[in-house]
Design a protein around this ligand. Structure first.
Ligand SMILES: [Zn+2]
Length: 262
């Protein structure tokens, strides 16, 4: 990833998605909170989102956010969804962790504090996607469901899709108990690098980046079309928001993508 800091609101971009001039995309840094989290001043969050829109170059009024519930639900975003969840919490799309659209001008934004944000773009059919993959969503294969949704709704060929797996808690810090480790082993089978033993008895480290990479390639996305940011949110609380680091106080960073109007 490449960091861009123009003084207003630093953000990151994937190298592989930056090639395409007809889309705008970003991973917001943790310099400012963009989630309407408990106890925050919503006016400040709105200002922060406006700063992000200015820094990156997209219309916040056309942003779409969802009420993320760690599910594998994908919503097909239509033009009439413009602005849902952009400036308040109440109007968010209900119960959704993945959004796909072919509507130009709409910014699909997913929020995160350790969970894996994934961005998708099909340059052939001009379709975009944004996914919030927590560990439950990862196991449920939400990234693959978004790819399937792009295929079914827009005729996308998975092999054409470019994907970015964003900053999230890395294997270095995602320590889990035996129950969660077992869920990953059952879902992904014999991938020795995916679940590794911790020095702490009965604790394991899980690699969510590898899991989502596997989910995407299994759905037909070419391995060479996938970029993994490799940035761990728990290791870099100065740069992102981390729930494991800050607990309930944690703000939210996010990843977004917009198809530019022709
Ligand atoms: Zn880490």
């Amino acid at each position: 990833m490449q960091k861009i800091d123009n003084g207003l609101f630093p953000f990151y971009r994937f190298e592989n998605l930056s090639v395409f001039g007809e889309i705008v995309h970003f991973v917001a840094s943790g310099e400012k909170n963009i989630g309407f989290t408990e106890g925050t001043d919503y006016e400040m969050i709105r200002d922060n989102r406006m700063d992000l829109g200015k820094a990156v170059g997209f219309e916040v009024s056309r942003m779409v956010c969802a009420h993320q519930i760690h599910s594998d639900h994908i919503t097909v975003v239509k033009a009439e969804d413009w602005g849902k969840g952009a400036l308040d919490k109440e109007s968010r799309l209900p119960d959704t962790d993945g959004m796909i659209t072919d509507v130009p001008g709409v910014c699909l934004l997913v929020l995160s504090a350790d969970c894996v944000p994934v961005l998708l773009y099909d340059p052939v059919k001009r379709v975009i996607g944004a996914i919030h993959a927590g560990w439950r969503g990862t196991v449920a294969g939400i990234a693959g469901k978004a790819v399937a949704g792009m295929r079914e709704n827009y005729g996308c060929c998975p092999a054409d899709i470019i994907a970015g797996i964003g900053p999230s808690i890395g294997r270095c810090c995602f320590e889990v108990g035996p129950e969660v480790a077992d869920v990953f082993r059952k879902k992904f089978g014999n991938m020795p690098e995916l679940v590794t033993a911790s020095e702490v008895p009965d604790k394991f480290f899980v690699d969510l980046w590898m899991a989502n990479f596997h989910v995407l390639t299994h759905a037909g996305v070419s391995a060479r079309h996938i970029e993994i940011s490799g940035l761990c949110t728990r290791c870099r609380p100065d740069e992102f928001f981390s729930y494991r680091y800050a607990g309930k106080q944690a703000g939210r960073f996010g990843a977004g993508i917009v198809l530019c109007e022709k």
